[in-house]
Design a protein around this ligand. Structure first.
Ligand SMILES: Cc1cc2nc3c(=O)[nH]c(=O)nc-3n(C[C@H](O)[C@H](O)[C@H](O)COP(=O)(O)OP(=O)(O)OC[C@H]3O[C@@H](n4cnc5c(N)ncnc54)[C@H](O)[C@@H]3O)c2cc1C
Length: 467
């Protein structure tokens, strides 16, 4: 048995030797930060806004970073429309693009109050900054997504989630929030005070107004033990349900063209925190990409090489406080489609996704992420009403991702999936009305709060089927 790190380094070099190329020898054991943002000006020197992957852009005439709710309320009524609020710009869809006003809550950040174990947090706070701030009080968010670059407002806006059968998406831990609407109203809501607005606003795509603060339940800041291990894909499929039942957090990545899966679990522990080796995720991707480049002409050879190089890697473990372990860096830029499926259809959909990629898209090398999320009752939460299992397909940012729509989305839709609001999909009003029982109530409330449609950009008009 060799560690995944050694396997990856050997893997890169091995593939190069097998294929008579030196390109893979650059596979290095290094921890890279998130890649720099795409340039903030176009080729002609005009300033623009871009999302993380670079797939969305716009030229707002005004950018504003209000310092408090009063300043924001004035802006909402007077600034050029469409008025869109953005957090970290990590969504892949056109939610934030505007030729009007782009609002940032970067100046409204931090914890501003405690009510027992509930923290009131300004919505511009990045999840990565919230971790240490909560830990200073011995508390933590119950769960985190893969990365922690998002703002709290942005994470709520698209129902951002982590994984764990008993753990809700982030908005599921919100117990109260404040919304500033397009008409300049500042409205507090919770389960008792304007409960319908509370249920609509917790996941609202920045389409009801700007959330300025949210009260969050927290948990004790416990240490977790992470395990990462590779095994045959079929075995991962057979054992996934049992693992979701037994681990605090469990997810796995199906790796197309390898016959393998990488499993990741997190469980509470009293073991002391240890020194963590650098992340191997980018090296793993380098090997997969090299296998694609050099052996993409033969599924059989690609699978055999992948199994030989990666299949025998030994398990990796790490122990640390949960907020330090649950989110990691994503140093390789990509585009993504993720759907949330009824738990009972999730794994069948996954099998079909892997099969169609292996039959038709030899250019794909990114692993497919598979998670489970607890239900909640926010109107536009993809997890509304029942536990859901997510399946996420990625494409390197320079690669074609049209196959998301042509091959993958039909499978997700056939299995009753709801799209992640921040990730690529092609659904519009009638499709979404069929998936969300309170869709029309949401649209009616939206009209009431924003009668002039000041918050609607072209993407939201398509989503809501508004002419
Ligand atoms: C590398 C990477 C990894 C990711 N991992 C995960 C993951 O593990 N799990 C997951 O679920 N998602 C994941 N995502 C998706 C990401 O969490 C969401 O797209 C999230 O919305 C991004 O947050 P943001 O602050 O960048 O928001 P933005 O993308 O800037 O905005 C998202 C939406 O929220 C609205 N919004 C922003 N702030 C406010 C506010 N204050 N009030 C009201 N509305 C607001 C915006 O108008 C927009 O509609 C990932 C994305 C990337 C690029």
């Amino acid at each position: 048995m060799i560690s995944r790190r050694k396997a990856l380094i050997a893997g890169g070099a091995g593939v190069a030797v097998v294929a008579g190329s030196a390109t893979a020898i650059g596979v290095a054991n290094r921890e890279k930060p998130e890649p720099p943002s795409p340039p903030s000006s176009d080729g002609k020197g005009h300033t623009l806004w871009r999302n993380w992957s670079g797939i969305q852009h716009s030229y707002p005439v005004l950018r504003a970073a209000p310092k408090d709710e009063g300043e924001l309320a004035a802006l909402m009524t007077a600034a050029p429309a469409p008025v869109r609020v953005t957090g970290a710009g990590h969504s892949f869809t056109g939610l934030c693009a505007t030729a009007g006003t782009l609002v940032s809550l970067d100046a409204m950040s931090g914890i501003v109050g405690w009510d027992g174990d509930e923290a009131t947090v300004l919505a511009g706070t990045r999840l990565g900054a919230l971790g240490p701030a909560l830990a200073a009080k011995g508390r933590a968010m119950a769960n985190l997504p893969d990365i922690n670059k998002q703002s709290l407002g942005g994470a709520l806006g698209t129902a951002t989630h982590g994984t764990g059968t008993t753990l809700k998406a982030i908005h599921g831990d919100v117990t109260a929030l404040t919304l500033v609407t397009a008409t300049g109203q500042v409205i507090d809501c919770d389960g008792d005070k304007r409960p319908e607005l509370f249920d609509a606003a917790r996941v609202s795509l920045g389409a009801l107004g700007v959330i300025t603060r949210a009260r969050l339940t927290t948990t004790a800041n416990r240490r977790l033990r992470r395990r990462v291990w590779i095994e045959p894909f079929e075995e991962a499929l057979d054992k996934a349900e049992a693992r979701w039942k037994t681990h605090r957090n469990f997810e796995f990545y199906a790796v197309p063209f390898t016959g393998l899966a990488a499993n990741i679990s997190h469980d509470e522990t009293d073991e002391p925190a240890g020194v963590r080796p650098p992340s191997q995720d980018d090296a793993f991707l380098d090997v997969l990409k090299t296998l694609r480049n050099l052996l993409g002409f033969s599924v059989g050879m690609r699978k055999a090489a992948a199994r030989a190089l990666l299949g025998g890697a030994e398990e990796e473990t790490a122990v640390d406080e949960g907020w330090k372990l649950l989110s990691t860096e994503r140093p390789v830029r990509f585009n993504e489609m993720e759907y949330h499926l009824p738990a009972e259809t999730q794994l069948q959909a996954l099998k079909e996704v892997v099969a169609v990629i292996e039959q038709k898209r030899p250019d794909v090398f990114f692993p497919i992420e598979v998670r489970r999320i607890a239900p909640d009752d926010a109107w536009l939460s993809p997890f509304q009403g029942e536990p859901r299992g997510s399946v996420a397909v990625h494409a390197w940012y320079k690669d074609d991702h049209a196959f998301f729509y042509e091959l993958i989305e039909p499978i997700f839709r056939r299995h009753g999936g709801r799209p992640h609001w921040g990730k690529l999909h092609s659904l519009n009003g009638p499709d979404l009305a069929a998936l969300y029982p309170r869709w029309n109530d949401f649209l009616a409330l939206r009209r009431e709060l924003d009668p002039e449609g000041r918050l609607l950009n072209p993407y939201l008009k398509t989503l809501f089927s508004i002419a």
